[in-house]
Ligand binder design. Structure first.
Ligand SMILES: Nc1ncnc2c1ncn2[C@@H]1O[C@H](COP(=O)(O)OP(=O)(O)OP(=O)(O)O)[C@@H](O)[C@H]1O
Ligand code: SF4
Ligand SMILES: [Mg+2]
Length: 325
């Protein structure tokens, strides 16, 4: 029976890079969102907004980048992942939580055949049948054809879309409750992108796996996900349900929406978002979007970055003046 309720809940998560002589460099502050069992949640935001670092906090690999969770909670099935030991991580990472990293296209080990990679992923897992039979089942699950041939091949012999399917198959080997796919379609052509999206949707439907999908494509995420999380300069600025990003309430999401190439008029000017996001270590007082915001008022540039207003689980916006938009 499929489980219901909250699987993952990030509450005011703060990620920093401690430095022995200087102050901690804060790269994420006020990351807030939740994922229900079996839910597909998309995270969008410009480059550098903190999407990958938030994923690393959920998969427990921040230390590999010299970073750590320095505030808030990363609650997963009732335990705060920011406080667990490395030995507890070993029972979760790549097992209960699967990860397809951002560089996955280059990801499969180039010197191992697909059969060997799947065998490694299936090591120490339970299931019916031999490792080879289960490897074949996994390739079938991710809709790979000519399975016997593919098992003997090396990653360089596969197309980008096939390599991405193999990475997804490896991440699914342990039947995770949560699968994180960090920009799984970057670098793939449009047709293959939509096939990978279809695959993720089917995995969610057939296996009941909750999925976090990171993307730069707001329209795509709003189309395929149950919930959209928008990040800007290390903070969650808007969270909304399916279709809600067609009518965003945060000025940053509005700007992201207007700058989409697919809605630009042929021959017309491409709308871009004014300015750049503030660099980490250079966040100003108040709202971190203030320097780029055409709705800003005097109170926007003082105090803390605005919290998310609205009911958790409903549409939430981190803007002091969303009611006027
Ligand atoms: N080891 C590090 N030292 C200093 N800054 C870092 C380090 N790792 C990440 N950052 C900074 O943290 C911020 C968030 O990075 P992150 O990789 O999460 O962004 P992202 O939203 O995934 O971007 P992209 O869309 O380009 O993948 C960036 O500004 C990045 O420069
Ligand atoms: S809080 Fe102010 S500056 Fe920030 S998004 Fe809202 S209106 Fe713009
Ligand atoms: Mg990233």
């Amino acid at each position: 029976m499929k489980q219901a309720g909250t699987l993952l809940d990030l509450v005011d998560v703060e990620i920093g890079i401690p430095h022995p002589r200087r102050d901690t460099l804060v790269i994420v502050r006020k990351a807030n969102f939740s994922v229900n069992y079996g839910e597909m949640v998309g995270i969008v935001g410009e480059s550098g907004s903190g999407k990958t670092m938030v994923c690393r906090a959920i998969i427990g690999t921040l230390k590999r980048r010299g970073a750590e969770v320095i505030g808030g909670q990363v609650n997963f099935e009732g335990q705060d992942l920011s406080k667990i030991s490395e030995s507890t991580w070993k029972s979760l990472r790549g097992k209960v939580i699967g990860y397809v990293p951002q560089s996955a296209l280059a990801g499969p080990n180039p010197v191992l055949t697909i059969e060997k990679q799947l065998a490694e992923a299936l090591e120490n897992t339970d299931g019916k049948g031999s490792i080879k039979e289960r490897s074949k089942e996994l390739l079938d699950l991710v809709k790979i054809r000519r399975i016997d041939t593919v098992l003997r091949q090396y990653p360089y012999q596969l197309s980008g879309g096939m390599r991405q399917r193999v990475m997804i198959a490896c991440a699914l080997a342990t039947s995770p409750k949560l699968l994180i796919a960090d920009e799984p379609t970057t670098g793939l052509d449009v047709t293959v992108q939509s096939q990978i999206m279809e695959l993720l949707k089917e995995i969610r439907k057939e296996l009941g796996t909750a999925i976090i999908l990171i993307s730069h494509d707001l329209a795509l995420v709003d189309d395929v996900c149950d919930k959209v999380v928008v990040m800007h300069a290390g903070a969650t600025v808007e969270v909304g349900g399916t279709g809600s990003m067609a009518k965003p309430k945060h000025p940053y999401t509005i700007a992201l929406n207007s700058s989409r190439i697919d809605i630009a008029k042929p021959g017309g000017e491409l709308i871009t978002i004014a300015g750049n996001p503030p660099s980490v270590g250079e966040w100003m007082a108040g709202c971190r979007f203030a320097l780029r915001c055409s709705y800003k008022e005097a109170d926007c540039a003082v105090g803390e970055h605005p919290p998310l207003f609205g009911e958790r689980g409903g549409h939430q916006t981190a803007c002091l003046h969303a009611d006027k938009i």
